[in-house]
Unconditional design. Structure first.
Length: 137
């Protein structure tokens, strides 16, 4: 069993506090609040150890660098913001998708990623314009 270090604790805390999958650089930035001198190599080394322990899991999205999240979420999906590129957990599932598979195929698992804008990246609501009064003067 690997000994727990300040760095490992900071990385674990960063992942738990985020409550969403993080890129290694995001882990580093968050963990540096507890361990200011931490470097990216330490993050990668500890992420690998935490993966090997089963404490965290890998989140792979097509065309993206791997992200990491804590285990224990159960089956869930993800939402990626097209503006800030952050990824969020979606704790809902459309259920059995076997009806979408070609005839004679068996669906054994699925992953679903939604794309759009997160709450922080939504454009401001359009201001309603008052109708101009065209009263004869």
């Amino acid at each position: 069993m690997e000994r727990s270090t300040r760095q490992r604790s900071a990385i674990r805390d960063a992942l738990q506090a985020a409550q969403r999958p993080l890129l290694p650089q995001e882990v580093l930035t968050a963990a540096q609040t507890q361990v200011p001198g931490m470097g990216i190599a330490t993050v990668y080394r500890n992420l690998k150890a935490l993966l090997d322990e089963g404490a965290i899991q890998l989140v792979s999205l097509p065309g993206e660098n791997p992200r990491y999240e804590t285990r224990g979420h159960g089956h869930h999906h993800h939402f990626q913001c097209t503006a800030c590129e952050r990824v969020f957990d979606v704790h809902a599932c459309p259920g059995d998708l076997s009806r979408l598979a070609p005839a004679g195929f068996t669906v054994e698992d699925h992953e679903l990623t939604l794309y759009g804008r997160c709450r922080e990246c939504q454009p401001p609501p359009a201001r309603r314009q008052r109708p101009s009064s065209s009263r004869p003067g």
